[in-house]
Design a protein around this ligand. Sequence first.
Ligand SMILES: C[C@@](CO)(OP(=O)(O)O)[C@H](O)COP(=O)(O)OP(=O)(O)OC[C@H]1O[C@@H](n2ccc(N)nc2=O)[C@H](O)[C@@H]1O
Ligand SMILES: Nc1ncnc2c1ncn2[C@@H]1O[C@H](COP(=O)(O)OP(=O)(O)O)[C@@H](O)[C@H]1O
Length: 305
Amino acid sequence: MTTASAAPAVSPFSASSSAGREVTDWTWESVYPAPAKLNLFLHVVGRRADGYHCLQTAFRFVGHGDGLRFTPRDDEQLRLVTPLPGVPPERDLTIRAARLLQAETGCRRGVDIAVDKRLPMGGGLGGGSSDAATTLLALNHLWQLGLSRQRLQEIGLALGADVPVFVFGENAFAEGVGEELRPLSLPPACYLVIESPVEVPTALVFSAPDLVRDTPPLAPAAWQPGEGHNDLEAVVVARFPAVAERLTWLSGFARARMTGSGACVFAEFADRAQAEVVWRQMPAHFSGWLADGLSRHPLHALVEG
Ligand SMILES: C[C@@](CO)(OP(=O)(O)O)[C@H](O)COP(=O)(O)OP(=O)(O)OC[C@H]1O[C@@H](n2ccc(N)nc2=O)[C@H](O)[C@@H]1O
Ligand SMILES: Nc1ncnc2c1ncn2[C@@H]1O[C@H](COP(=O)(O)OP(=O)(O)O)[C@@H](O)[C@H]1O
């Protein structure tokens, strides 16, 4: 993460565009990237009988995220070398993903998992979901399980509504609870993402009485980048002043949005130079970073189809 007082650092997970070509600067050998996603818009269009909400959203991957290392074991143990504060290892989405794969395939191998955590938890960047998807993709490869992308997406959905898109590997227009995916071709862009010093629980936002749940559905094929809003934003802004403060500030420069159920907010710029002008003016008590929009997930080629 970069701060307002220093030039934007090039992280092992940053990607930049050069002469129209996407360059991904993965400097760590054997690190499997778990990029963040942004919800470019998010409409709540209904509710299922089980209480889950029906959404329409556009997912965009960006060149900033967590990094995972996997050391396969000859016994069946699954070990998390880097437990997260407040998350027992057995509840961590990486361990749960690995356990589901063992159960699905009868695989008798284990793994040690180390996560370099960069994405804030409860930030709306899909960090836990991305870690889970990267675990599914990496272990399918390292344990030589041969599961299809479609099957890995189904397994991912059992872990969370946001996991399938990371396995799908393409920027996507999503419906259902986020599992009905169609690939999106998005123009190059650079994003300024501002983190908020709060963790917003997704379940709290979806259970709010004031959440608008009946936004009219869009025709997916007709959606244009820039269209739409985030229905979850008003709920979060009303309860978390720190998110409201960051949105208001960023809206003074560009069209600002909250991603997912918050707490991060972002704005899109045509290129890094324009984003940097705003980033340099961030108040000292804000924390934010720049990341280019990716054209696809960095591990897309790890599974066929
Ligand atoms: C809002 C979104 C938008 O991309 O992202 P985040 O902000 O969490 O990253 C997702 O839909 C979140 O997906 P994810 O974070 O995987 O949520 P889950 O663990 O499946 O759900 C957490 C809880 O939120 C509620 N929930 C979630 C998704 C949904 N479509 N309807 C819901 O009502 C349910 O109460 C569920 O128990
Ligand atoms: N590997 C993981 N990384 C982050 N959060 C995890 C992980 N495993 C489990 N969690 C749980 O998932 C919750 C949601 O985290 P995260 O996916 O980062 O946020 P969001 O859904 O807002 O994008 C966390 O508060 C934490 O309790």
